[in-house]
Write a protein that binds this ligand. Structure first.
Ligand SMILES: Cc1cc2nc3c(=O)[nH]c(=O)nc-3n(C[C@H](O)[C@H](O)[C@H](O)COP(=O)(O)O)c2cc1C
Length: 262
């Protein structure tokens, strides 16, 4: 599938098939995709735990909770706990030298020495700041996004779930204090149609992007929109006419109680 179409098909799939197991190879492919994402200083602080519902210890499964539409975790054959390992920042110097030695950072005579003299002090000064929430989360988000696109390219569905219980989950999973839980990502084969009711709404393009300065809306070319529509990145908007009927069917088929909000 072309990248543009994978991006177009990507949407939060909240109704996964609880009966169809997910191949471990496909989870590995998601992890491989996240591992090669860009990361400041090549620190690589993104980590993931793949929790398979059918093999994970009961206490691990029970510790995965999310307040908004958390029923999804019960349905999902796999839940990935994405977390940020702040201790990765402590190896920053090694990462810089690695980049230098592979020809990715610096050039010319004495470049390695220059990195030690010029860059090491800079990164040493900002080490604690970079461990705090901020840039690291941005990079982890890039990695999770790549894993998500891989999942859709493999015919899987996923939904990211935020959780205020990160610290509890960290302790329950016996992870070191240097870890910060980012989110839980459900993974499985969709029980709902690939359209999942259509592409979800977004804010107006012109409100989001600026040209050559803040407040100067970036002009949206209809030609570009038409091209991305024919490349299937921009798809039919939600709600598709049969969505309510599909939701009714899914609620019965998956024996879902309540209203799907919690
Ligand atoms: C970091 C993050 C946390 C999210 N948390 C939840 C959540 O707790 N429950 C949920 O149902 N969806 C959650 N979502 C999915 C968003 O609601 C969804 O991405 C947004 O509505 C846009 O829709 P789309 O992904 O289908 O395009 C989360 C998404 C992200 C990226």
């Amino acid at each position: 599938m072309e990248l543009k179409e994978v991006m177009g098909r990507r949407r939060s799939i909240r109704f996964l098939n609880p009966h169809k197991p997910v191949e471990r190879e496909k989870i590995q492919m998601m992890f491989e995709a996240s591992r090669i994402a860009s990361h400041w200083g090549n620190v690589g602080s993104l980590r993931g735990i793949a929790v398979f519902r059918d093999s994970a210890p009961k206490e691990v499964l029970e510790s995965l909770t999310s307040p908004i539409a958390g029923y999804q975790i019960r349905l999902a054959p796999v839940s990935i706990v994405w977390f940020l390992e702040t201790a990765a920042v402590d190896q920053q110097s090694d990462r810089l030298l690695e980049l230098c030695r592979v020809g990715a950072l610096g050039y010319g005579e004495g470049k390695e020495e220059a990195i030690r003299e010029q860059l090491f002090p800079i990164f040493k000064n900002i080490a604690e700041t970079t461990k705090a929430p901020g840039l690291g989360e941005v990079d982890c988000g890039q990695g999770i996004a790549q894993a998500t696109l891989m999942a859709f390219d493999l015919g899987l569905g996923t939904c990211c779930l935020g959780t205020p219980h990160g610290e509890q989950i960290r302790q329950n999973l016996g992870m070191p204090e240097s870890c910060r839980i980012l989110l839980i990502q459900t993974v499985g084969y969709p029980a709902e149609s690939p359209e999942a009711g259509g592409q979800r709404p977004r804010q107006p393009f012109e409100d989001l992007f600026h040209l050559d300065g803040y407040g100067n809306a970036f002009p949206r070319s209809q030609e570009v929109v038409d091209e991305l529509t024919s490349d299937r990145m921009l798809q039919a908007p939600a709600p598709l006419p049969w969505r309510e009927a599909e939701l009714e069917y899914l609620q019965k088929a998956l024996d879902l109680k309540g209203n799907g909000l919690l």
